[in-house]
Design a protein around this ligand. Structure first.
Ligand SMILES: *[C@@H]1O[C@H](CO)[C@@H](O)[C@H](O)[C@H]1NC(C)=O
Ligand SMILES: *[C@@H]1O[C@H](CO)[C@@H](O)[C@H](O)[C@H]1NC(C)=O
Ligand SMILES: *[C@@H]1O[C@H](CO)[C@@H](O)[C@H](O)[C@H]1NC(C)=O
Ligand SMILES: *[C@@H]1O[C@H](CO)[C@@H](O)[C@H](O)[C@H]1NC(C)=O
Length: 291
């Protein structure tokens, strides 16, 4: 559209494009057309009109294939509450406490290792653990949420300033607080544990869980484990709670292609899960995996 210099020509082009919006069969083919958007409320392909590009209703207005409506994979609310949430909550303890918690609620789960590393300039800790359950044939990696106000403010500043970093391995931009913490924990041993366990138990499912910051770390770890070929996409399950937006739309797209069984459970009014803020529809920096 930037090349639209001669107004008359632009009007003609837009007019032609708009005229055919109604013919688009799918949301994807609709948004690929110049001058059209998909209305996700009415399921119609509509013309943006010349001066009335109304993107105020983020749910209804779709102008990007990634945002097109698609079916929700098998979400299991009982599993979210009684398995994923329990694993995530246990991450706040030390190894003995985690094991005691799992013994109570997830019979068969055994903690393999826990890693706690200082992950910012204020030496706030980030922490994660790996557990194994032979009864259910699962390898579970879990990350702790933000702990303490220093870590919260530092993380918030990182997000407010949109300090993200291009990571070719992840296909897009990732917010640097999450990226840094992910890398430190992965290098501290989580990466090696997942590789070894995937070789020992090639048919086990990888489960990745976490709350808040831990949700972002679980999202990055699940994607990394697939990209490193430790686990097959279909054999990875991600459940996060109150996860902030973790990267840009390219990261989110890459994530969904590689970790299709992803569920991000949020409270509608929780600010953390809406950080960093998306200020308008065309801002693509602040995204998270789709569901
Ligand atoms: C955009 O949508 C909002 C809410 O649906 C509506 O109030 C507003 O009038 C619309 N603006 C235009 C220019 O159509
Ligand atoms: C915005 O979209 C939602 C559904 O996605 C719909 O329920 C709501 O009425 C829309 N709001 C406006 C102001 O159009
Ligand atoms: C970080 O973890 C280490 C080891 O578990 C602990 O000794 C230290 O007190 C923790 N630091 C903070 C700021 O919580
Ligand atoms: C283990 O498997 C059983 C039976 O399929 C299921 O009911 C239970 O929720 C699973 N537990 C975990 C921790 O995945």
């Amino acid at each position: 559209m930037a090349s639209c210099v001669f107004t008359a020509v632009c009007f003609a082009l837009l007019g032609m494009a708009a005229a055919s919006c109604g013919n688009s069969a799918t949301c994807e083919s609709c948004v690929a057309q110049l001058g059209c958007f998909f209305n996700a409320v009415t399921n119609a392909c509509q013309s943006k009109g010349l001066f009335n590009i109304n993107s105020s209703n983020g749910t209804a207005f779709v102008d990007r294939a990634y945002d097109c409506p698609r079916p929700l994979a098998d979400y299991d609310d009982d599993f979210a509450r009684n398995v994923a949430y329990v694993y995530a909550a246990a991450s706040n303890g030390n190894v003995q406490e985690i094991q005691a918690c799992l013994n109570n609620r997830i019979p068969g789960a055994v903690v393999v290792s826990q890693y706690t590393v200082p992950c910012d300039i204020f030496k706030s800790n980030c922490s994660g653990y790996v557990a194994l359950n032979h009864e259910n044939e699962t390898i579970t990696v879990v990350f702790r949420g933000t702990k303490g106000s220093t870590q919260f403010y530092y993380e918030a500043i990182n997000l407010i300033l949109y300090l993200d970093k291009e990571v070719p391995f992840f296909g897009g931009q990732v917010f640097s607080y999450f990226l840094n913490a992910f890398q430190l924990l992965w290098d501290a041993g989580i990466g090696e544990d997942l590789e070894e366990l995937s070789i020992l138990y090639p048919y086990y499912e990888l489960q990745a869980f976490g709350h808040s910051l831990g949700g972002s770390l679980a999202s990055l770890t699940a994607l990394a484990a697939v990209k490193k070929n430790y686990f097959h996409s279909d054999n990875v399950l991600l459940y996060t709670f109150g996860q902030p937006r973790t990267g840009d739309v390219k990261y989110a797209t890459e994530h969904d292609e590689n970790v299709p069984n992803s569920f991000r459970i949020v409270h509608a009014e929780d600010l953390v899960s809406q950080a960093p803020l998306r200020l308008g529809y065309y801002q693509t920096t602040a995204y998270h995996h789709r569901y």
